[in-house]
Design a protein around this ligand. Structure first.
Ligand code: SF4
Length: 308
């Protein structure tokens, strides 16, 4: 019987990344996430659906897409081109005939071999402390693809990391753990009700997975991360609760406090989602970040990584 190639839905492969693990890395972004955080800075990665996206900065307003549209999936408005992806259209043709590449699919399916081939182009960087990171969305939403890909990386002795929101069944983590050198696990909101309000899901499974990771043999290769989202995750109670929880699970836990990233806002218009801030806040200063770190220290965390 013919072997069917395993495919994943990939929305970006970013080269020369320096924030997703050690050294210079290639980061593969897999589409789909079980959470929908109101501040998500990759909102195009939340839905599992492959959809067309319009980039106004590339559009020259020629109207070809509107003429090709048969069911009002593309219309010209006062504010420019507007897509309605619920409408049946020949999106392939519309994308192909847009002269400036202003309409594109937001992601594509790729086989494991195709992604391996892509990341191997950066092999020279992997020899000097770099590697490959799987991110998203939630990469563990595509567990078979991830497992197969990680095995290919390990065959070639390439350093592997994953960035996960941890709202996944524990077995999936257990399965991929042997193939990972570094695990970034998010813990955003300590209070389960608050977690549900702002991410769409409670956090019991996340707490379970954090305990599992921090009691595993790989606990020294785990970094728990909390993004500082003004008013959502920055309260003393939240940072304190998370810090007590993780330091109790493993006294040497590494805890990364991520600065707020204001750049995510621009993507919301592209994917028809509403951002959580009317007025986009700024990055926190080094002094502010140090105050957050102080709360974590006071609540038992010794190893703090500050992402300024
Ligand atoms: S075809 Fe492309 S460039 Fe022309 S109006 Fe449509 S999106 Fe803009």
């Amino acid at each position: 019987m013919e072997k069917v190639a395993l495919k994943g839905t990939v929305f970006d492969i970013r080269r020369f990344s320096t924030h997703d693990g050690g050294g210079i890395r290639t980061t593969v972004f897999l589409k789909g996430c079980p959470l929908s955080c109101v501040w998500c800075h990759n909102p195009e990665g939340i839905s599992t659906r492959i959809r067309p996206m319009h980039f106004p900065n590339k559009c020259i307003g020629c109207g070809i897409c509107c003429r090709l549209s048969e069911n009002s999936g593309v219309v010209m408005t006062e504010k420019g081109i507007r897509l309605d992806i619920t409408k049946q259209e020949n999106w392939d043709q519309i994308i192909e005939e847009c002269p400036s590449g202003a309409i594109l699919w937001d992601s594509k399916t790729m086989t494991v071999d195709e992604v391996v081939e892509e990341v191997l182009k950066d092999t020279p960087f992997y020899k000097y402390g770099g590697g490959v990171t799987l991110s998203g969305g939630e990469p563990l939403l595509q567990p078979e693809f991830v497992l197969s890909f990680l095995k290919e990386m390990k065959k070639r002795n390439i350093h592997t990391a994953v960035e996960t929101a941890l709202h996944v069944p524990g077995e999936r983590l257990e399965e991929v753990l042997p193939w990972l050198d570094l695990i970034y696990g998010d813990f955003k909101i300590f209070d389960s009700e608050g977690h549900k309000r702002y991410t769409g899901e409670t956090n019991e499974q996340i707490k379970k997975n954090i305990r599992f990771l921090l009691e595993s043999e790989k606990r020294s290769q785990v970094i728990i991360r909390t993004p500082m989202i003004p008013g959502f995750t920055t309260e003393e109670d939240n940072i304190g609760g998370i810090s007590r929880f993780i330091s109790k699970a493993y006294s040497e836990v590494s805890f990364e406090i991520l600065n707020y990233n204001p750049l995510g806002e621009a993507k919301y218009r592209l994917v028809d989602r509403t951002y959580c801030f009317n007025e986009n806040p700024k990055h926190y200063s080094g002094q502010d970040m140090e105050k957050f770190a102080e709360i974590a220290r006071a609540n038992g965390v010794k190893n703090i990584i500050l992402e300024l």
